[in-house]
Design a protein around this ligand. Structure first.
Ligand SMILES: Cc1cc2nc3c(=O)[nH]c(=O)nc-3n(C[C@H](O)[C@H](O)[C@H](O)COP(=O)(O)OP(=O)(O)OC[C@H]3O[C@@H](n4cnc5c(N)ncnc54)[C@H](O)[C@@H]3O)c2cc1C
Length: 198
């Protein structure tokens, strides 16, 4: 949920709210594939760090609510409005009272949207599973195994998803390319004016 609100809340940049029954919340996400009445969520109140993100005195809020991937148990076209109300009720309890009335802009992205609008297959926004069975060395290698001269980089390859690890993926891939092809200086790889016009 991306919100533009007409006030700057007294909330830290990062806030994580854990459901009172966290085990149940995880079970509802992973096994039962239903929306939790008491969800966990993360709120980013970025304007306390960078006030240029919104007009003076106003702010942006980003609310991330972990939910099940697409499943017949959840029809987002029907359930999204009630789930929005539920999430806002919980957010209110963190001291952001009257938030609904102060929302000037709102965009909600559900698992349906990841698939239909953003073409993320199976809404796998973290690519393969974000667990030890599919992380690190269990992810595809950075050097393509079946085709010479093809390299992989990013969240879907070794070592895994999330920008800090993805930067490492880029470093590993570039090292492999340099080892295979030899380092190419920026100058040497750029066509000279005369060769470009020939
Ligand atoms: C809601 C959400 C919250 C997240 N929170 C966190 C977090 O808190 N911490 C964290 O570490 N990670 C988080 N992640 C995961 C993180 O965002 C991803 O792991 C990371 O962005 C993947 O980077 P990437 O470079 O591999 O791919 P992407 O960032 O997806 O970049 C791929 C790019 O390629 C472009 N592209 C695709 N196809 C083509 C094409 N045919 N031609 C040209 N361009 C193309 C796309 O438009 C895109 O810009 C989150 C992800 C989501 C969705």
């Amino acid at each position: 949920m991306y919100l533009g609100v007409e006030v700057l809340h007294d909330l830290p940049h990062h806030t994580i709210h854990i459901a009172s029954d966290y085990q149940k919340n995880l079970d509802e996400i992973e096994n039962q594939h239903v929306l939790s009445a008491d969800p966990s969520f993360y709120i980013q109140n970025a304007c306390v760090t960078d006030s240029s993100l919104a007009p003076q005195g106003q702010s942006t809020l980003y609310v991330l609510v972990p939910v099940t991937h697409q499943h017949p148990n959840v029809d987002w076209s029907k359930e999204a409005p009630a789930f929005r109300e539920n999430v806002l009720d919980h957010v209110d309890k963190l001291g952001l009272s009257d938030l609904r009335r102060r929302i000037r802009f709102e965009k909600i992205v559900t698992p349906d949207d990841w698939d239909s609008s953003y073409e993320v297959h199976n809404e796998a926004t973290f690519n393969m599973a974000h667990n030890f069975n599919q992380m690190l060395h269990k992810r595809p290698n950075n050097r393509f195994e079946d085709l010479d001269g093809v390299y992989l980089v990013g969240g879907g390859t070794h070592p895994g998803s999330g920008p800090p690890v993805i930067y490492e993926s880029a470093r590993i891939t570039i090292r492999l390319i340099a080892a295979d092809l030899g380092p190419v200086s920026a100058k040497a790889s750029r066509p000279s004016h005369s060769s470009a016009t020939r």
